[in-house]
Design a protein around this ligand. Structure first.
Ligand code: AGP
Length: 632
């Protein structure tokens, strides 16, 4: 969790870094801080609570400087107080560090440093880093950082500034993501604010072309200043300064810095006309699915991305995922079993990583992750690779660790998802899994051209059906939210492909509206949970016209007989359903039944959003959460 950023350029670094933190706060947002280097001093500003508190502080007490580092936190070691905010300083306050990740041996290092006289001011694991650097710093930043990383265990990305190195940032990556960004060159324009006595390049280097240089945990925070970027690899150190960017390994071997153009635009990471990122991302779903489908069609046929795996030989698939991605995987199993007749296991990554899974021939692990940085999923796929099981990643962020550590990548192409509640990535995951199932079926000779054509026709109509559903359900959803936003419990029931929808609908309501909610397979409800039903309990029943429709209606009857308040999700014009339910959220009918869950989830996303708004919850940054769960 946590996000880090850094900037060297000609603009006021404080303002640049506040915008960068704004774009990283999905990674954690319980406190924030920055450190700017100015006139041989480090200017520190930190604030507990929302980022607004930090920017207010910066407005009240401005900090000059065109070079600095910044951090937005999701507390692990120590509560979100100002003392625990990053950046953390060395004892003489001449070195500042921001860090994302966990230093596992921090207790031992802390004791050692304290014995040498270091005084710690926070409860964080991070604070050992500036103290360690200071203990070996003799005017050569790279040497000091290299000596320090040799002492650290754990997963980390951190950045350091030095009071006597006015235009220099040293950034390190080992296990947590870190990108280096570079702006266009501005020949002839000397950077404003450059200290006259700047002798920052003490370790050699080539003359600078005076581009703005940045570091960040994720691409949006590099925008709009950077036009190109490189992904720092584990075990590498980036040295940013007047000399440009130099990359070396932890042991000092030089690495060629290869920058690639950034393809995401600043608009893609703004809310546009929407009041929240979640609302924007829900609305983007038709376009997301259209883009994904376009990328997989050539001349009216499905094209298969090369995954570097012989899919004909795969007879056992393991899906690894957490949270919403795990819900998508549950439907992925249905797709693969039914279309490609492959045996599928769906594993929660945090469970898989501590089992001793069997590595039989013909097994393929598919890691499913929006961010590609979820620690448990990374650990799970590393375990699989250690057992020589091939791994493929289904990810949204293709520069992520999960993508880079996989043999093949199935990109979701959903664009940046910033709201903590996953919405467009979920429907993209379902769609990508269905397309993957068709690809495996085709490889195994189980997809005849006629079935393929029918599937493509159904897929082509899907984006329009998503748009139709979002527009068509809105008033019923808002009305139900008016009636039930005060309810502290909600139950979601679904069968077959709609069971994951029930789980996902419940997760959305829990995470952004803080309503206790449970999703059940409807046939299981009578085995205990039905005891919860009272005349006050909203029960949301997923009843599209699929093969289990009649069974589902019987389950709805059971709730009705116990006076539950029933909200049905079904097709507009379904009289039978209307007669059974107190409210109906209408959804379009997918041409292929397997795609129906992509439509049924839409009113549940909007319902969670509306209930959250009515309960005055922060939709994009719900309490206690972070977008990427990069800790165990
Ligand atoms: C989704 O709304 C959640 N915030 C969360 O469950 C998320 O899906 C989970 O942490 C997995 O993230 P990933 O897809 O980035 O791996």
């Amino acid at each position: 969790m946590c996000g880090i950023a850094g900037y060297i350029g000609h603009k006021p670094a404080g303002q640049v870094l506040i915008v960068a933190l704004e774009r990283l706060k999905y990674r954690g947002y319980d406190s924030a801080g920055l450190a700017l280097v100015d006139e041989g001093e480090i200017r520190l500003r930190r604030a507990a609570g929302k980022l607004k508190n930090l920017s207010d502080k910066l407005d009240a007490v401005p900090a000059p400087g065109t070079c600095g580092i910044a951090h937005t936190r999701w507390a692990t070691h120590g509560p979100p107080t100002e003392a625990n905010c990053h950046p953390h300083l060395s004892g003489d306050e001449r070195i500042a560090v921001v860090h994302n990740g966990i230093i596992e041996n921090h207790e031992e290092l802390r004791r050692e440093l304290q014995a040498q006289g270091a005084v710690f001011r926070s409860e964080t694991d991070t604070e050992v880093i500036p103290h360690l650097i200071a203990s070996v710093y003799r005017g050569k930043p790279l040497e000091a950082v290299r000596a320090t990383v040799a002492r650290l265990r754990g997963s980390f990305a951190f950045a350091v500034v030095f009071a006597d190195q006015p235009r220099r940032i040293i950034a390190v990556r080992q296990g947590s993501p870190l990108l280096v960004g570079r702006g266009r060159s501005a020949p002839g324009s000397a950077p404003a604010g450059r200290a006259r006595n700047d002798r920052s390049v003490t370790d050699g280097g080539t003359p600078s072309d005076q581009r703005e240089l940045l570091i960040a945990s994720d691409i949006p925070a590099l925008l709009p200043h950077a036009t190109e970027m490189l992904v720092l690899e584990d075990g590498q150190i980036a040295d940013l300064g007047e000399h440009g960017v130099r990359i070396t390994t932890f042991t000092g071997s030089p690495v060629t810095a290869v920058f690639k153009p950034i393809e995401i635009t600043a608009e893609a990471v703004s809310k546009g006309k929407h009041d929240t990122f979640m609302a924007k991302e829900i609305a983007e779903q038709p376009e997301v699915l259209r883009r994904l489908l376009d990328s997989r069609l050539r001349d009216g046929r499905l094209v298969e991305p090369d995954l570097g795996v012989d899919l004909r030989a795969v007879n056992h698939l393991v899906f690894l995922a957490c949270g919403t991605s795990w819900h998508a995987a549950l439907n992925g199993r249905r797709y693969l079993e039914s279309l490609a007749r492959v045996h599928v296991e769906v594993d929660i990554s945090s469970e898989y990583r501590y089992r001793n899974p069997i590595a039989a021939g013909g097994t393929l692990v598919v890691s499913i992750s929006q961010s590609g940085e979820t620690a448990d999923t990374i650990a799970g796929q590393r375990l699989a690779r250690a057992k020589f099981i091939p791994v493929v990643a289904l990810v949204n962020v293709v520069t992520s660790t999960i993508a880079r550590e996989s043999g093949g990548v199935l990109p979701l192409l959903a664009g940046p998802e910033i709201g903590v509640a996953s919405t467009k990535a979920y429907t993209a995951q379902l769609f990508a899994l269905w397309l993957f199932a068709l690809q495996v079926a085709k490889a195994k000779g189980l997809l005849d051209p006629e079935t393929e054509s029918k599937a493509i026709a159904a897929a082509l109509r899907l984006p329009g059906q998503v748009a139709e559903t979002l527009a068509g359900c809105e008033s019923a959803v808002a009305e139900a939210a008016d009636l039930f936003s005060a309810a502290n419990d909600t139950v979601f029931l679904g069968r077959g492909g709609e069971h994951p929808t029930a789980l996902e609908g419940a997760l959305k309501l829990k995470e952004i509206a803080y309503v206790h909610a449970s999703g059940y397979p409807a046939g299981e409800f009578k085995h205990g949970p039905i005891a919860q039903v009272t005349a006050k309990l909203p029960v949301i029943c997923l009843c599209p016209h699929d093969q289990l429709y009649e069974k589902m209606l019987s389950n709805v009857q059971e709730v009705r007989a116990r006076h539950g308040r029933i909200i049905g999700v079904g097709h507009a014009g379904d009289r039978q359903l209307k007669d059974l339910c107190d409210h109906v959220f209408p959804v379009a009918r997918a041409d292929d039944e397997m795609l129906q869950p992509l439509l049924s989830i839409l009113p549940l996303q909007r319902y969670a959003y509306h209930v959250a708004r009515r309960r005055d919850c922060d939709v994009d940054q719900p309490r206690n959460l972070a977008k990427s769960v990069t800790v165990e």
